[in-house]
Design a protein. Structure first.
Length: 319
């Protein structure tokens, strides 16, 4: 077997650095590990210019059609993420570049994080913490979630786990997805409803969709207007599912009582971003799967996918 060049263009913050899984790739070729984010697109391209395989440790590193065209040696991209929206999959397919992702292995970790965000918003954790730190003691009502309706948009891997967590605390779980199934409805103890019904009847709405042409801005001004006054919105999937300007307007009018986010239209979120001005917003820095267990799963999967490709039996192929 010919030796190949495997490049990790930016493991920052560290994910695969020091992982024993990286050692499993050594028999297959040379591993080039960059431990800092590339400071520019040109620097990123310089790092991977001779790569046969790119290991994308963070899903935020994008690869456009124009960039892929400049990488003549590239045969495979192994994504350390479920989402694939950072890759021009159509062009990768045309060029014969195999793209593999992580499937549902991290779903329990992601769903637990989103469940925690929901609780944080319902219990007003950011508001109370800020007030107490500033010397204020102003008890206010929070939200008892037992008996409330949890509306899940997307019942793939993480959405399915979120449904189970909602049921565990006595929430009434309803859902909408592109491909509903009676079997899953029964298995998850939920009820599939029409999209607008979910928006208008849910006390909490949790997003669990992939970002595609069909799902981009699935929540915009019209959809926010349909939501119950005082609803909570949770998004740990992709920022592009929500029209950010519409979300900000819904917060300005207090139509939503809480918003919990792990993903943003710009990352890192700029310090002057208007979302940071609202006290009913709970924020985490795109870390839903970043636990020691989550990183171990991601590292194993990203290496498994690369090795499967090198052995001629590619797995988890999305392009």
């Amino acid at each position: 077997m010919n030796k190949v060049k495997l490049v990790i263009p930016g493991d920052d913050p560290p994910q695969i650095t020091g992982s024993p899984h990286l050692d499993r790739l050594k028999p297959y070729g040379d591993i080039v590990l960059h431990t800092t984010k590339p400071p520019s697109s040109s620097a990123k391209m310089e790092r991977v210019q001779e790569a046969d395989i790119i290991i994308n440790c963070y899903g935020g590193t994008p690869w456009s059609k124009h960039e892929l065209q400049q990488l003549p040696n590239l045969k495979m991209i192994s994504l350390s993420s479920v989402g694939t929206d950072m890759i021009d999959l159509e062009h990768a397919r045309e060029m014969g570049i195999v793209v593999s992702n992580v499937r549902g292995e991290t779903a329990p970790i992601i769903a637990e994080h989103m469940f925690g965000l929901m609780l944080g918003a319902a219990k007003r954790c950011t508001i109370h913490t800020s007030q107490i730190k500033s010397g204020e003691w102003e008890p206010r009502d929070n939200i008892y979630l037992h008996g409330k309706t949890l509306g899940i948009i997307g019942t793939g891997n993480s959405g399915s786990v979120m449904a189970k967590l909602g049921n565990a605390i006595g929430m009434n779980v309803i859902a909408w997805t592109f491909h509903p199934s009676k079997d899953k409805e029964h298995k998850l103890n939920l009820k599939y409803v029409e999209f607008n019904e979910l928006l208008s009847t849910s006390d909490v709405i949790s997003l669990h969709l992939k970002l595609t042409k069909e799902s981009r801005n699935i929540l915009a001004s019209q959809q926010f207007a349909l939501m119950k006054p005082g609803a909570i919105l949770v998004n740990g999937a992709r920022a592009g599912l929500i029209d950010t300007n519409a979300l900000i307007n819904a917060l300005k009018t207090n139509h939503l009582s809480g918003v919990a986010l792990d993903v943003y239209d710009r990352e890192p979120i700029p310090p002057n971003h208007e979302l940071l001005t609202f006290n009913q917003v709970v924020l985490t820095p795109h870390i839903a799967d970043q636990t020691p267990e989550g990183r171990e799963i991601l590292n194993k999967c990203v290496v498994d996918n690369a090795i499967a490709f090198l052995n001629g039996t590619p797995e988890n192929v999305v392009a």
